[in-house]
Design a protein around this ligand. Structure first.
Ligand code: 4AD
Ligand code: MG
Length: 444
């Protein structure tokens, strides 16, 4: 009889009909004369029932996880209590497993190689197999939806997507984390941020954004630092610092709204992060100086000096995380001191000790966004280069912006993996990208 090929998440309207599915064995469970198989295909899961003669065939009796198969049968409604995905079950009447579709079993079985109690570094070496697990794949499927939502939101707000270069000869966030490499007969770096290039787009392309890789030669192993990460950056023209904060809040909330409008994604987020709640607007806004007072009041010391925090200190990862965990909602931390911030950040006119800068902090992760207004006065920028000991010559294309129709503008960069670590409640950003690159790891 006739049968339609369906993906495993589909077929809500196909109950009671004969369908054809293709996928891999996610789980199998044998009872006396029946074998239940949960099949997966990246779009969903389906419970399949093999009974009668089919259940007695050699291939079903020796079925291993990850084996690929084709199955035909009738799709039957089952009660919600039966825990079958989408309350339906496929009653197989035919299946086929070409010899090369079979997955290795025994010692070599995938379940042995990537079991939960396997050493973490082995799991990272075997990431190509670990990715087949439910949790890891859900994070990456949510990631796709989030990236798509950012593209949608930016286009709603009339930002245009640009694609700045990865090979560069200038730094943005300090020389210490630059990856240097030979570039024909010159030296180049892998980009740390596309910010400076986005700034050059404003005069003729309007507000712009990009979703590109950024590279940082971080020399420490932390939960939230990668050597290669996906950086979502935007740059907005003729704005004030308050406009920047409002935009950022709007983008993040709208991204969540769009992402969670998809019922499958919403379910995956709920599976990964059962406590997830939409952030309340407006986000809490806190000046750096007040954060220092807060840390002192809560007796959270500066890790490096082992002293109470004082104005001018960097707020390190651990202190930052404790603060966000206690406050337990998104925080816009603003007005960082001049000395601890990047060269391009302008001073606040009301308090010249600090800059018009913002970090967005999320519970469980800490900083997920760094942004600021940009110095748009030529002389201020040149003085900033001098102060930082940076030779301005390679930045001629950046400083020229200040010569030909400058404007008050600002922007930010959001680390996609950190955003996901927050949304999907992942312990580390390493599980929020396909094949993580970080200090000492460059495989697989
Ligand atoms: O705070 P950062 O260094 O700011 C910039 O690069 C600005 N130029 C961005 C801009 O204004 N266009 O980095 C921005 C964000 C951080 O908040 C963090 O989420 C992420 O990028 N990030 C990293 N993510 C993973 N691994 C790393 N090593 C990261 N370094 C920064
Ligand atoms: Mg930062």
């Amino acid at each position: 009889t006739d049968s339609t090929k369906i993906q495993l998440g589909d077929g809500a309207d196909k109950k009671g009909t004969r369908v054809r599915v293709l996928g891999r064995v996610h789980r199998e469970r044998r009872q006396k004369d029946i074998t239940f198989v949960t099949l997966k295909d990246g779009y969903g899961f389906m419970q399949v029932l093999f009974q009668g003669n089919l259940a007695k065939t050699y291939d079903i009796l020796t079925l291993t996880r990850e084996t690929s198969m084709e199955i035909l049968g009738e799709l039957k409604e089952v009660p919600a209590g039966a825990k079958a995905p989408h309350n339906r079950e496929l009653h197989a009447d035919y299946f086929s497993i070409p010899e090369e579709w079979k997955a290795a079993g025994g010692e070599e079985a995938i379940t042995n190689r990537v079991s939960k109690d396997q050493d973490p570094s082995v799991l990272l070496d075997l990431r190509h197999l670990a990715l087949r697990g439910e949790e890891r794949s859900k994070v990456l499927i949510v990631r796709d939806a989030v990236e798509y939502a950012f593209n949608t939101v930016y286009h709603e707000l009339r930002l245009r997507k640009m694609s700045p270069p990865a090979f560069v000869q200038t730094q943005v966030e300090g020389g210490a984390t630059l990856f240097k490499l030979p570039y024909y007969n010159e030296e180049a770096y892998l980009t740390q941020s596309s910010q400076l290039y986005l700034e050059t787009c404003l005069p003729s392309m309007g507000d712009v954004y990009c979703i590109e890789k950024s590279f940082r030669a971080e020399k420490s192993l932390t939960r939230r630092h990668l050597a290669e990460y996906t950086h979502i950056e935007a740059e907005l023209d003729f704005i004030t610092f308050d406009d920047l904060l409002d935009h950022l809040e709007q983008v993040m909330c709208r991204v969540l709204e769009i992402t969670l409008a998809d019922p499958i994604i919403k379910q995956y987020v709920a599976d990964l992060n059962p406590d997830f709640q939409m952030p309340e607007r407006p986000f809490k806004r806190m000046k750096y100086a007040d954060a220092i007072d807060w840390l002192v009041e809560h007796q959270i010391e500066n890790e490096e000096t082992q002293q109470p925090h004082k104005f001018g200190d960097d707020i390190a990862e651990a202190a930052e995380r404790r603060m966000t965990d206690i406050i337990n909602r998104p925080i816009f931390l603003t007005h960082f001191p001049f000395e601890i911030k990047a060269f391009y950040m302008p001073k606040d006119v009301e308090d010249p000790r600090v800059t018009e800068s913002v970090d967005c902090l999320m519970p469980g992760v800490g900083e997920i966004v760094g942004g600021s207004m940009r110095m748009h006065n030529y002389d201020d920028l040149m003085a900033a280069f001098a102060r930082e000991g940076i030779d301005p010559a390679p930045y001629y294309w950046y400083t020229d912006q200040r010569k030909y129709g400058s404007s008050p503008h600002g922007g930010y960069g959001l680390g996609l993996e950190r955003f996901l670590a927050w949304l999907c409640k992942q312990h580390t950003v390493r599980d929020c990208c396909l094949y993580p690159r970080y200090f000492t790891r460059c495989k697989p």
